[in-house]
Design a protein around this ligand. Sequence first.
Ligand SMILES: [Zn+2]
Ligand SMILES: [Zn+2]
Length: 183
Amino acid sequence: MRTKVFEKMGYDTERFVGYVNEGLLCSICRDVLEEALQAPCEHAFCTSCIHGWLVHHNNCPEDRQALDLTVLRPLYRSEMIYRVEEAKHEMESRLDSQRRHMVQKESLLQNEIEELKTLMATERQHRQELEQAELEKRELLELMKGLQKDCRLTRDGSKKATNFRPLTRLESLKRKPREVTVI
Ligand SMILES: [Zn+2]
Ligand SMILES: [Zn+2]
């Protein structure tokens, strides 16, 4: 619909491609176009800017295509308005894609956070298991030390307390599997 309107008005939409971002700015002074003149390469400049440039050059300051005063034509207000609309449209679609990109990124981040949470939970569990294992190892070592002392005492015969010795944890641990196999 939009294209049709401009076709009716004699505008070729193709002609404006590449303008969209800077279409309203003079590529020499980088300010908003003043008494705009357009080159065949589609670049536009303020009248005074391009006149000044062409005193010492014979090309377009933007793309270096051959250029002289005779091929410059005024950029009309209606075209300027068209450029504004194009720029607006471009900006909107760019914002839109940016928004989509952000939403996508957000969900990706959310996933990463979930993964990290799971990893952290697993890590915590591993640490707890490790601590538990360390504790059990120390306990077993203590038991073994105790047993060694008991053995030495028995060997020395200095004390006969071994018979009344309560069941140590190690012994109960050793005994358990045997009971299981019997049953
Ligand atoms: Zn140019
Ligand atoms: Zn200018």
